[in-house]
Design a protein around this ligand. Structure first.
Ligand SMILES: NC(=O)c1ccc[n+]([C@@H]2O[C@H](COP(=O)([O-])OP(=O)(O)OC[C@H]3O[C@@H](n4cnc5c(N)ncnc54)[C@H](OP(=O)(O)O)[C@@H]3O)[C@@H](O)[C@H]2O)c1
Length: 252
């Protein structure tokens, strides 16, 4: 029987690349995002290449009710198991000193990166518990290991992901559920375009002068973790491009 991965934030970037890679390995996909058109575009690209079953679920991870209803709507006859949950949906908004932060930006980052991850996890864990196995993989960040100037609230949300990764692994120990985190450094996706609210030049300049990770690099790491033997759990992986040492030091 094919395995199934549920990926939040599959409409672009790391989530999209991971969907492609797992489809190539024969996984069935449950793909989620808010932008229906973008998600359907990703699904069409994958279905043109791989004969896998794909279920799109359109919801905002910030809305606990939408999350619960969407997860409950998964047809169990088509998707009898959820083998891997990739908690990937997330974002940074703005970058500036703490006293100049935008309250809406703070709320959105906290509600998406922390609360959204919690809502999706809570909705999926009962299925994994009843299976007696499963693997939850969080996308953290180098910003969840070291804080950088003007990164305050985004860094705090990713430190929270790091803490939740550790505590979930303890809580789910009795149920055979693996819990891991993949913490990327600078990776060229829509991330900076979202952070700088559509300012293409500013977004592009983030990646000037060095070769960042691509989303496929991160997807390869996620696949490696997911395909380890059943008794092995990598707790946490931090990966950067060659020119980056951590969230602060970048050789441009
Ligand atoms: N790129 C980097 O340098 C980098 C480094 C470290 C960590 N990360 C982390 O990697 C993860 C993926 O980011 P990315 O780089 O691939 O950026 P991206 O290309 O902007 O992708 C973000 C994804 O998250 C989804 N998303 C955002 N808010 C959502 C919400 N409220 N509800 C549902 N889905 C939502 C977006 O879909 P919709 O807009 O369609 O909903 C999109 O599919 C994030 O957690 C990010 O913090 C990125």
């Amino acid at each position: 029987m094919s395995k199934t991965i549920l990926i939040t934030g599959a409409s672009s970037g790391i989530g999209r690349s991971t969907a492609h890679l797992f489809a190539a390995k024969g996984y069935q996909l449950i793909l989620t995002a808010r932008r229906e058109d973008k998600l359907h575009q990703v699904i069409a690209e994958i279905q043109a290449r791989y004969p896998v079953d794909i279920l799109p679920l359109i919801f905002d991870v910030q809305d606990a009710r939408q999350v619960q209803e969407a997860i409950q709507s998964i047809p169990t006859e088509r998707f009898p198991t959820i083998d891997v949950l990739l908690n990937n949906a997330g974002l940074a908004l703005g970058m500036g000193p703490i006293d100049q932060g935008d309250l809406n930006d703070w709320d959105t980052m906290i509600d998406t990166n922390i609360k959204g991850l919690l809502y999706v996890t809570k909705a999926v864990v009962p299925t994994m518990k009843s299976q007696g196995y499963g693997h939850i993989i969080q996308i953290g960040s180098t910003a969840g290991k070291v804080v950088y100037q003007n990164g305050n609230v985004y860094c705090a949300t990713k430190h929270a992901v790091d803490a939740l990764n550790q505590s979930m692994r303890i809580d789910l120990l009795p149920y055979g559920i693996k819990v891991s985190a993949v913490n990327p450094g600078a990776c060229e996706t829509e991330f900076s375009l979202v952070r700088f609210k559509g300012d293409e030049n500013r977004a592009k300049s983030v990646y000037d002068g060095f070769q960042p990770l691509g989303p496929d690099d991160v997807a390869q790491t996620i696949l490696y973790l997911a395909e380890l033997p059943a008794h092995v759990c990598i707790n946490d992986v931090t990966l950067t491009c060659l020119d980056q040492a951590n969230a602060i030091y970048l050789q441009k």
